[in-house]
Write a protein that binds this ligand. Structure first.
Ligand SMILES: NC(=O)c1ccc[n+]([C@@H]2O[C@H](COP(=O)([O-])OP(=O)(O)OC[C@H]3O[C@@H](n4cnc5c(N)ncnc54)[C@H](O)[C@@H]3O)[C@@H](O)[C@H]2O)c1
Length: 356
């Protein structure tokens, strides 16, 4: 079977990770890149040759619409500024391409619903970049929770205590705006929140508070959320991007009546507590895989296998991407009304936050 042709739209910071991951997958080959900056496109083409050892000339497109019209392309990676994700992904689906879609998948629920409709109508795959789910440690935790090893879960929390200096916003002015980025929770907090939802399912209500400590941007840099799940379990989100002078940690804490798992550290690969009644061997197994960080490659492998006809059960599809987005939107809504927000939400766009 010939390798699938991949095109990358958006050649900024995260694009490097995509190029390196595609190079690590024998079933795929980078074919084209697109950016409004010629220099960035050229640097991605050079990176591809260095990472893959291949000498194929990468086709450069300054206009993503022209790229999408190329019938040679099977998979499109959308890694542009966040406000363009939905627009480009919808056009890619209309052009019958499978999509790797960076988070956040969109900045409004209406856009996600349109993408879901297009993908399902056309039988196309969308792989949402919540890549931490592919990390072996996270898969182990999910497997234990789903198998009931922690017993009945009563409480879970995630924290994000990181630092984004003023230069982070100055070098890419779309960041820190409601219209183009969507806020710290949508940009940085989303991965930890996705893990919380993956383990516990959807909450039935949330109460949120936001605050902005640093100037020079519109969006929040501190966020708190209190969650209630249909089972009665409680959850907590505590996130900020102003922890001087550098990233401190992320954490995931899961508490059940048969055990507790608590992981943390700047890379979320430190075990603070791992106790499961009657199963001490699970901690040993977790220690063996603690520093395996090849989740981006695994994310691509899953999509390539699905495109090659294997069961797509391992994909993170748009319906899952929607749930994570919806929870963050509900926290934003609660923070702006001062009320507890029930889920599911009828609709929301980050543009609503501009008026609060
Ligand atoms: N999954 C992850 O862990 C992860 C990590 C970092 C960033 N991201 C996401 O990836 C996206 C990009 O983030 P980044 O940090 O690389 O940003 P960036 O600003 O470094 O890169 C964005 C790129 O998009 C390009 N672009 C803008 N308009 C375009 C257009 N019309 N056509 C083609 N290209 C266009 C810009 O020129 C720039 O090169 C964001 O949505 C962000 O949330 C995800």
């Amino acid at each position: 079977m010939s390798a699938l042709s991949v095109a990358l739209i958006g050649c900024g910071s995260i694009a490097r990770k995509h190029v390196a991951s595609i190079a690590a997958c024998p079933g795929a080959r980078l074919y084209a890149v697109c950016d409004v900056s010629q220099e960035r496109m050229e640097s991605m083409a050079t990176l591809w040759q260095a990472e893959s050892g291949e000498k194929n000339n990468i086709v450069l497109f300054a206009d993503y619409r022209k790229l999408l019209a190329d019938p040679a392309i099977d998979i499109v990676v959308v890694a542009t500024i966040s406000s363009l994700h939905a627009e480009i992904a919808k056009e890619a689906l209309k052009a019958d391409k499978h999509v790797v879609l960076e988070k956040p998948v969109a900045l409004s629920l209406k856009d996600v619903d349109e993408m879901i409709r297009l993908a399902e109508e056309r039988g196309l795959f969308v792989q949402v970049c919540h890549q931490l789910r592919y990390r072996p440690l996270m898969k182990k935790i999910k497997e234990l929770v789903a198998g009931g090893a922690l017993g009945n879960l009563s409480m879970a929390s995630v924290t994000l205590r990181i630092y984004r200096p003023p230069g982070y916003y100055q070098t890419a002015p779309w960041r820190g705006t409601w219209e183009y980025d969507g806020g710290m929770l949508l940009n940085q907090g989303i991965h930890a929140i996705d893990l919380l939802l993956w383990c516990l399912g959807e909450p039935s209500r949330i109460y949120g508070e936001l605050y902005s400590q640093a100037g020079g941007k519109e969006t929040e840099d501190i966020a708190l959320g209190l969650l209630s799940f249909p089972s009665g379990a409680k959850g907590m989100i505590e996130a900020n991007s102003v922890t001087l002078p550098e990233n401190l940690e992320q954490s995931l804490f899961l508490l059940g009546d048969q055990g507790v798992i608590s992981i943390g550290g700047p890379k979320l690969d430190r075990i603070d507590r791992w106790h499961i009644e009657g199963q001490p061997d699970t901690r040993e197994a977790a220690l063996q895989i603690l520093h395996h960080h090849d989740e981006h490659i695994e994310m691509y492998r899953s999509l390539i296998e699905a495109c090659q006809g294997k069961p797509p059960g391992n994909l993170i599809d748009l319906r899952q991407g929607r749930r994570t987005l919806e929870l963050i939107f509900a926290l934003y809504l609660s923070a702006s009304t001062g009320q507890v927000q029930p889920l599911p939400l009828a609709g929301f766009s980050t543009l609503q936050m501009k008026q609060t």
